[in-house]
Design a protein around this ligand. Sequence first.
Ligand code: UD1
Ligand code: MG
Length: 427
Amino acid sequence: MSRPLAVIVLAAGLGKRTKVRFPKVLLPLCGRTLLDTVLDAVAELEPVRTVVVLHHQRELVEKSLAARIGLTVVDQGEPRGTGHAVQVAMAELADFDGDVLVCYGDMPLLTAGTLYDLCEARGDAAVSILTACPPDPSGLGRILRDEDGGFCAIREERDCSDFELDIEEINVGIYCYDAARLRPALEQLSDDNAQGELYLTDTPALLLAAGERVETLELEDVDEALGVNSLLQLAIARSVMQERILEEHMLAGVVVEDPTTTVIEYGVTIGANARILPFTVIRRGVVVGPDCEVGPFSHLRAGTRLEPHAEVGNFVEVKQTTIGAGTKAKHLTYLGDTEIGAHANIGAGTITANYDGKAKHRTVIGDRAFIGSGTVLVAPATVGDGAMTGAGAIVRRHTAIGPGEVWVGVPARRLRSADDGGREERT
Ligand code: UD1
Ligand code: MG
C-alpha cells in the first residue's frame, strides 16, 4: 500500500446478546477467536500500528492476545459509543500520519482483500466507507444519498424516519480515514441522538460539511459484512468460514468426499492427494501428509501429524501423536502422546492409556510393529521395531518390548523373543 497504515479494532462492547459469560470477541470460529480472525485479516495489510480498544472483561481478552506482537491495547473506560472508542484509540496514534482503518472485532468474515480495496478506494478523499445491500438491513445504519447518488450521511436505524428505514444500502462499519482529517471530525461529535452515544458514523457527514470528499465502496459478497451479535450469527459465520477453508484444501488437491459433514479448522496442513472422508473433525495445527486417508468419523486433535500414506479410519481419535508413513490405524482407537514409526499396523480397539490421573505419559511404537486388536498400552511404554502384541494384551506401564518380540496376555508377558527361532518362552 502506498501510505502507512494504522488499524483500530473496536472490541469494548459487552456483547450481551450472545448470552455467554465471556467476552463475545473470544467466541471460537474454526479454531480461532473472532478477534484473532479479524486481527489475522488486518495483519495481511502489514499495518505499522494496530490498536485494539477494550473495556468489558479486558483482562480475559488481553490474555488471549498475549502471543501477538506489536499490538497496542487501550481501555476505553465506560463505552460511550463507537466515536468515543476511536477518540481513545487516536490518542495512542497522536503522531501517526497516513491511513487509519477502523474495524470491529466481531466481524470475522471480512477478507484482507476487501480491507485493502477499501483503503485504495479512499484515494484523496477524507474517508472511504464500506457499504452493502444485505437481504435484511434491520438494525444497521443506513446510507443516505442525494438524487445524484452522492453520499450524504449515515443514519443509525434508531434515528431513521420511516422513509429512511426503506433504504437498502447499509453501513458495514468499516472505514478508512486520513488520520489528519479524522482528528478534527472526532472533536465535533455530539451525543445528541437516540442512544446518547458518540457515533463514529456522524464523522462522514461532518467531513462533507467541511468541504471534504467521502468515498464509498459496496461489498460484492454480503456474507463478509456479517457481524456476530448472537450465537445464531456465530453458527452462520462458522459455516461460511468452514466453506472457505474446505475450498482452499480442495483447490490444493485434497479430496474432501463430503464437505457438508467435514470439519477442518483454520491452520491445518494437508498434502495433495490426501482423502478426507465424511464426518471427520480436524483441529487447528494438525498436519496430514500427502496420500493419507482420514475418516470416515476420525477425530484428529492438536499436535497430530500423519506422515505420507498413513491411514486413520472410523472412530479413531488422535492427539499429540505422530503416525509414521504408511502406518494404519483403521478402527476404534485412541492414540494420545504417541510416536509411531513407519508401516506399523495398529489393530482395532487399540488404546494408549496416556493419563494416570496426574500426568500424561508417552508411548513409542516402532516401524512395522503389529499391535493386536484390543491392546491397551499403559504409558510410558515402548514397542520395538517389528514387535507384536496379541489380541487383548494389556501392556503394563514402564514396559519396553524389544524389537521383534511377541507379547501376549493380561498383564502382557513375553511369548517370544526376536531370535529364539519361534520357540515359546516359559515365564
Ligand atoms: C454500528 C454502526 C452502524 C453499522 C453497524 C454494523 C455506529 C454508531 N453504528 O452499529 O452504522 O451499521 O455497526 O454492524 O457505529 N464498540 C466499542 N466501544 C463503544 C461502542 C462500541 O468498542 O463504545 C465496539 C463494539 O464492541 C462492537 C463495535 O464497536 O465491536 C460496534 O458497536 P455496536 O454497538 O455493536 O454498534 P452497532 O449498533 O452494531
Ligand atoms: Mg454490532
